[in-house]
Design a protein around this ligand. Sequence first.
Ligand code: ACO
Length: 166
Amino acid sequence: LAFEYVDNDNTANHNMWLIGLKNIFSKQLPNMPKEYIARLVLDRRHRSVAIIRRGGMVLGGITYRPFHAQGFGEIAFCAVTAIEQVKGFGARLMNFTKEFARARDHLTHFLTYADNNAVGYFAKQGFTKEITLEKDRWVGYIKDYDGGTLMECIISDRLPYTDLPG
Ligand code: ACO
């Protein structure tokens, strides 16, 4: 099992993983228009972290947009394929995503609009409904989306989230 940082650089593996991820998001986030999911997952400004099983099958992932100058990332989509949920993959996925976001994108915060049924999951991963990031760093950068709860996670600059070299 591998947790891979994926951007749309047109390499064969990355293309395959992003399509797999798009399909999982489409199934697991039925309220999101499929075209919107496809557009963001393939958008070159977005990054994804994908859970890949040996053999290349995608089990889940997170897609986020780093706002480098503002120091934060917006998590657009997060999902694990149905038969693999509640086995701890979602927690490990978020830890790898924090590690990559810190090491590769130099982010200090994540923001996300959590679906109401996923607020508990995000809370367990260190997200709070209290937003500490100064408003002028994020208002106007992320799209307001009703039907979700805005949540924030501070990415520690030293906590080891995984055993990856940080
Ligand atoms: N509500 C409350 N707690 C939850 C939920 C939930 N919906 N889902 C997981 N948890 C808890 C688990 O109990 C576990 O707690 P523990 O560490 O004390 O044992 C912890 O969160 C991690 O659980 P995992 O097994 O790692 O989670 P999983 O692999 O199932 O992934 C996820 C969680 C991504 C939410 C998955 O269930 C999923 O894909 N759901 C459907 C899609 C979805 O709702 N995605 C989020 C939408 S919001 C967005 O994308 C911005």
